[in-house]
Design a protein around this ligand. Structure first.
Ligand SMILES: Cc1cc2nc3c(=O)[nH]c(=O)nc-3n(C[C@H](O)[C@H](O)[C@H](O)COP(=O)(O)O)c2cc1C
Length: 204
C-alpha cells in the first residue's frame, strides 16, 4: 500500500496557501477601497470649508478638469480643478495649485476662486514646512491662511500682493517669511491663471 501522507500534507499546504493568498488580496482591496473613501471624504471636507455646500448643487468629484501651467500653477504635472455650480451656473473653481518654493519644497494648495474672481478661500493640502514655524499655514495650527478670503487681483493692488517684509500687505509668520512668501506668490499666480482662463475653467 502506498503512503499518501506526504501527498496529502502537500495538498493541504497548497490549499492553505491559496486560501491565505485569496484572503490577503481581499483584505488589501478592502483596505485600499476604504483609504480611497477616507481620502475623498477628507478632501470634500476641505473643499466645503472653502466653498460652503449650500452655495452649489453639483457633485464636485464629477465636475473635474485637469489643467497644466508650470509658471502659474507651480507644477509640471496636471493640476486638478473642482468646479462648483448652482443650477448649472458657475459658482467657483477650486484649483489644486502648488507653491514650488516653500522652505522645504513644494506646498500643495487648494485655491478656491468664486466666478467673479474673488477668493473663496485657500487651504494647504500638503507641505513639509517646519513644525512650529512654517506649519502655521495649516488651518489646524493658525488662521493665517484665512487672510486671503475675499481678496482678488484688485485687492490688494498688484504692488501689494507680497508679504509685509517685501513691501506688501500680507503678514508673514514670525521667524518664517519664506513659507508665506511662497504661498502669497502661488495664490496670486493662481488668480492670474483664473483671470486668463475663466471660460476654460468653467467649460462643460
Ligand atoms: C531649522 C530651521 C527651520 C526653519 N523652517 C522654516 C520654515 O518652515 N519656513 C520658513 O519660512 N522659514 C523657516 N526657517 C527660517 C528661515 O531660514 C529664514 O530665516 C526665515 O524664513 C526668514 O524669515 P524672517 O526674515 O522673518 O526671519 C527655518 C530655520 C531653521 C534654522
Amino acid at each position: 500500500m502506498t503512503n499518501r501522507g506526504p501527498l496529502l500534507a502537500s495538498l493541504g499546504l497548497v490549499i492553505i496557501g491559496v486560501v491565505a493568498g485569496g484572503m490577503s488580496t481581499w483584505v488589501w482591496s478592502k483596505t485600499a477601497t476604504q483609504i480611497a473613501v477616507n481620502e475623498r471624504s477628507y478632501r470634500l471636507r476641505a473643499l466645503n470649508e472653502i466653498v460652503p455646500p449650500a452655495r452649489y448643487d453639483n457633485n464636485l468629484f464629477d465636475d473635474i478638469i485637469s489643467i497644466r501651467d508650470r509658471e502659474l500653477l507651480g507644477s509640471d504635472d496636471p493640476v486638478t480643478v473642482y468646479r462648483a455650480r448652482n443650477d448649472g451656473a458657475p459658482v467657483a473653481a477650486i484649483l489644486t495649485a502648488v507653491a514650488p518654493k516653500g522652505f522645504s519644497g513644494a506646498i500643495h494648495l487648494l485655491v478656491g476662486v468664486y466666478a467673479d474672481g474673488t477668493l473663496a478661500g485657500v487651504r494647504v493640502s500638503m507641505h513639509r514646512e517646519t513644525a512650529g514655524l512654517g506649519d502655521q499655514i495649516e488651518i489646524e495650527k493658525s488662521n493665517w491662511i484665512t487672510v486671503f478670503d475675499r481678496r482678488s487681483l484688485a485687492d490688494p493692488l498688484p504692488a501689494n500682493w507680497f508679504v509685509r517684509k517685501d513691501g506688501g500687505e500680507f503678514d508673514q509668520i514670525s521667524g518664517a517669511t519664506i513659507t508665506p512668501r511662497a504661498i502669497v506668490k502661488a495664490i496670486h499666480d493662481a488668480l492670474l491663471y483664473f483671470e486668463a482662463n475663466r471660460e476654460l475653467l468653467f467649460a462643460e
